[in-house]
Design a protein around this ligand. Structure first.
Ligand SMILES: NC(=O)c1ccc[n+]([C@@H]2O[C@H](COP(=O)([O-])OP(=O)(O)OC[C@H]3O[C@@H](n4cnc5c(N)ncnc54)[C@H](OP(=O)(O)O)[C@@H]3O)[C@@H](O)[C@H]2O)c1
Length: 324
C-alpha cells in the first residue's frame, strides 16, 4: 500500500509517498480500507511548521524539532477490510468514518484503528467523500458555535472566514440553531455563504458591518480583539479559531477588563463530540461543504491548495477513485 510521510519541515515537496505492507489487525482492532481523507489547513501547518506567531516553537517541541514526526492525515472515511479478534460491533465491508487526530496517519491506503476508538458507522445520507470531510471543520465549528459562543435562536452571529472548512460548518450550525448569520468571505464565495445559510454577506477586506453581534467566530484571527471589540455588546463573545500565543494568553485577561468573553478555541476530539455532529447532520443542521477532490497521488498538489487558506469548503484526496 502507499503511505504518505513528511520528510522535513517545508513545502509540499517534503511529502513522500512510500510503499509499506498492509497491516494485520490485532485484537480489538479494525483494518480500514481508506477511501478518502481531507487535506486541511492543519495538515499544511504541520508540514510547513508555519503556525500563528509564538506557536512555532511549541509545535516543534510537540511534533519534532527537525522534522514533523507525526504522520500526515487527520481523519478518514473507508470500509472495513479486516476485523481483529474480539471485535463484535462492526462487520466486514461496513462504511465507517473517524479521526486519528494529532498523531495523524490517515493519508495511506489502509490503516488500523481501535474498534472502541474514534470511529463511527458512516450514515447512509453521506458519501464517502463527505464522510472524509465531515469532522475537521465540523467539530471545531460545533464546539465554537454551541459550547463557546453559546449561539441560540435570535442571536446575531458574525462568522469571519465563512466558507472554508471551519467557517462553512459554523455558518450552517449557527443558522440551524436559529441565529441571524452575517458571513465575511471574499466576493467569489458570497453565493456559497448564502447557500450555507448566511442572511447577510460582506467582504472581509472591507470594514466589517457595524454589528452589534452577540457572537463573533473569527476563523483566521483577522479581526482579533481589537477588530471585534467595537462590534460586541457588553456580554458578547469572541471565539478565536486561529490565535497567536499572545492572543491565547490575552484571551484569559481581556474579559476581566471589558466584561466581554474572549475564547481561544482548541478543538477537542471525543466520541461524544463526533456523535453530536452526526446528530446535527441527521437533524438537517450540518453537511460538510465539499470543495475540490483529487486523487491520492496528487497529495502534494492538495497541500499546496490547503496552504493558501482560501479554499472553498473541504478539500479531499481519494485513495479509491469514485469510492461511493
Ligand atoms: N482552534 C482549532 O482547534 C482549529 C481547528 C481547525 C482549524 N483551525 C485553524 O482555523 C483556520 C481556518 O481553518 P479552515 O480549515 O477553515 O481553513 P480553510 O478551509 O483554508 O478556510 C480559510 C477561510 O478563511 C478565509 N480567509 C482567508 N484569509 C482571511 C482573512 N484575512 N480574513 C478573513 N477570512 C480570511 C477564507 O476565505 P476566502 O476563501 O473567501 O478568501 C476561507 O473561508 C486555520 O488557521 C486553521 O489552522 C483551528
Amino acid at each position: 500500500m502507499k503511505v504518505a510521510r513528511y520528510t522535513a519541515y517545508g513545502g509540499p515537496e517534503t511529502i513522500a509517498l512510500e510503499d509499506a505492507p498492509i497491516p494485520t489487525p490485532g485484537p480489538s482492532e479494525l483494518l480500514i480500507r481508506v477511501h478518502a481523507a481531507p487535506v486541511t489547513a492543519g495538515d499544511a501547518r504541520m508540514r510547513s511548521g508555519k503556525v500563528p506567531r509564538g506557536m512555532g516553537f511549541i509545535l516543534r517541541l510537540v511534533i519534532g524539532l527537525r522534522r514533523p514526526k507525526n504522520a500526515p492525515g487527520w481523519s478518514f472515511s473507508g470500509t472495513i477490510a479486516g476485523l481483529g479478534a474480539g471485535v463484535t460491533d462492526f462487520r466486514d465491508g461496513a462504511r465507517v468514518f473517524g479521526i486519528l487526530g494529532f498523531p495523524g496517519g490517515t493519508h495511506r491506503e489502509y490503516l488500523l484503528v481501535k474498534a472502541d476508538g474514534l470511529v463511527l458507522p458512516l450514515p447512509e445520507s453521506l458519501s464517502l467523500a463527505e464522510g472524509a470531510a465531515f469532522f475537521f471543520g465540523g467539530l471545531t465549528a460545533a464546539q465554537a458555535v454551541i459550547d463557546e459562543a453559546m449561539v441560540g435562536p435570535g442571536k446575531r452571529v458574525l462568522v469571519a472566514g465563512a466558507t472554508g472548512s471551519v467557517g462553512s460548518a459554523a455558518v450552517q450550525i449557527a443558522h440551524h440553531l436559529g441565529a441571524e448569520v452575517t458571513a465575511l468571505a471574499s466576493p467569489a464565495n458570497h453565493d456559497l455563504a448564502r447557500r450555507l445559510g448566511a442572511d447577510t454577506v460582506a467582504d472581509y477586506r472591507d470594514p466589517p458591518p457595524p454589528g452589534p453581534f452577540d457572537a463573533i467566530i473569527d476563523v483566521m484571527g483577522g479581526l482579533g480583539w481589537k477588530g471585534a471589540r467595537p462590534l460586541l455588546p457588553p456580554d458578547g463573545r469572541l471565539v478565536l479559531i486561529t490565535a497567536t500565543l499572545g492572543q491565547m494568553i490575552g484571551a484569559g485577561l481581556w474579559p476581566r477588563r471589558s466584561g466581554r468573553r474572549v475564547i481561544a478555541s482548541m478543538n477537542r476530539e471525543t466520541k461524544a463530540a463526533m456523535q453530536r455532529l452526526v446528530d446535527l447532520h441527521q437533524a438537517g443542521g450540518y453537511r460538510p461543504a465539499l470543495g475540490q477532490m483529487l486523487p491520492f497521488a496528487d497529495l502534494r498538489k492538495a497541500h499546496a491548495i490547503a496552504e493558501s487558506f482560501h479554499k472553498p469548503g473541504n478539500l479531499v484526496v481519494e485513495m479509491v477513485a469514485g469510492g461511493d
